[in-house]
Design a protein around this ligand. Structure first.
Ligand SMILES: Nc1nc2c(ncn2[C@@H]2O[C@H](COP(=O)(O)OP(=O)(O)OP(=O)(O)O)[C@@H](O)[C@H]2O)c(=O)[nH]1
Ligand SMILES: [Mg+2]
Length: 365
């Protein structure tokens, strides 16, 4: 499976690189001027999973390898990006390859940090970006339509159906609607190879001030109303605070959070949600009783494909898979007991994995 990636998008100075740093525990350049990021920052992030920690404790494992996804922090987008304004073309072509988008929306004030539009107005910012993505999709769609229309008379029904779907998509875009909001899941799937930007799953991340946790600023209140009305997903985060928290020791962190009366786990929730939107599930392996590892795979993956993910030898020499669930294993206390209690199934190559499966592959070398 090619690596799945999550792209962080937003206007310049929204806090994208700050969020990237907080999520990846790295230190890419963050600054108060726009277009700090030019070439994209790429990092791998671990997806938090309680089951992994519990399994590690159960077997006294020292080595724990979490599931990871690729995170890409791209250049900021501005009005007119679809015509190449700012770093428009670079930005748009980069996010075309992403599987899920996180859009950072500036809600924090901070006068030293210039806003490309002059003042903080998160609803307007969301609309600017949505419009740019729509216009970019329209450009691609029109090119495709022209090509297809040229020879559709003499082509199979499949092409004709596609033409109808593309025309429907065009109408939606012309009405200013993102495709993910109006097309059925099935239609989105049919168009997914087209790299349309407004089809990609998207989570809004309002980047708020520390003070907003106590009482929301008027722009944040307005944004919440707007997103609710649009039925959009949002997860509020204070990117700067999250980044600072990453530098603290666990005890210091608890103290700090208590003082601010902030709940921990904003980043973890965001990562879990993007993981779901990538349509990933996790299976676990325990190697030599020492290493517990979480593996991300697409929903629908078979036991044979899973074996191949762990090692090509396992796929080649696959004999069978012994499968239990993380919860059953935790209850039983050991793989051996789980087996004695009849909680371990023997599966062939075609078994479709469930989220949380713990798998022991039997293979010939
Ligand atoms: N108060 C406050 N400031 C923030 C927050 N997040 C980012 N900033 C500041 O905003 C400025 C821009 O942050 P970046 O993370 O560089 O923004 P960016 O979206 O990556 O910007 P470009 O790469 O230029 O598109 C920096 O000065 C940050 O310190 C936040 O949550 N609160
Ligand atoms: Mg940046």
């Amino acid at each position: 499976m090619a690596s799945l990636s999550v792209g962080i998008i937003g206007l310049p100075n929204a806090g994208k690189s700050t969020l990237f740093n907080a999520l990846t525990h790295t230190k890419v350049q963050v600054a108060s001027f726009p277009f700090t990021t030019v070439s994209p920052n790429v990092g791998m992030v671990s997806v938090p999973d309680d089951r992994l920690e519990k399994l590690a404790r159960l077997i006294g494992s020292e080595e724990v390898t979490p599931a990871t996804v690729e995170l890409v922090d791209v250049a900021g987008l501005v009005r007119g990006a679809h015509k190449g304004e700012g770093l428009g073309n670079e930005f748009l072509s980069r996010i075309r390859g992403m599987d899920v988008l996180i859009e950072v929306v500036r809600c924090f004030q901070k006068d030293e940090v210039a806003h490309p539009e002059g003042k903080v107005d998160p609803v307007r910012d969301i609309q600017i970006i949505e419009l740019e993505l729509i216009l970019s999709d329209l450009q691609i769609l029109e090119r495709r339509l022209t090509k297809l229309e040229k020879f559709v008379k003499s082509t199979p029904k499949e092409n004709k159906d596609r033409l109808i779907l593309l025309k429907k998509a065009k109408e939606h875009l012309e009405e200013g609607k993102s495709l993910r909001k109006v097309l059925s899941e099935q239609d989105c799937h049919k168009l997914s190879e087209g790299d349309f930007l407004t089809i990609k799953p998207l989570v809004y991340v309002p980047n708020v001030d520390e003070d907003d946790f106590a009482s929301a600023s008027p722009p944040l209140g307005e944004l919440r109303q707007y997103l609710l009305g649009e039925g959009e997903e949002a997860m509020e985060i204070c990117a700067e605070l999250e980044e600072e928290l990453g530098d603290l020791l666990p005890e210091e962190r608890q103290e700090f959070l208590r003082e601010l009366s902030v709940r921990e786990g904003g980043l973890a929730r965001l990562l879990k949600r993007t993981y779901e939107l990538l349509d990933l599930i996790t299976f676990f392996t325990i190697t030599g009783g020492r290493e517990v590892r979480a593996w991300p795979v697409r929903r629908g993956t078979t036991s044979l494909q899973a074996a191949g993910k762990v090692h090509s030898d396992m796929e080649r020499g696959f004999i069978r898979a012994e499968v239990t669930s993380a919860n059953e294993l935790l209850e039983a206390g050991s793989f051996k007991t789980a087996k004695e209690e009849g909680k371990v199934r023997t599966e062939g190559k075609e078994c479709r994995l469930q989220d949380g499966d713990v798998i022991h592959f039997i293979f010939s070398e």
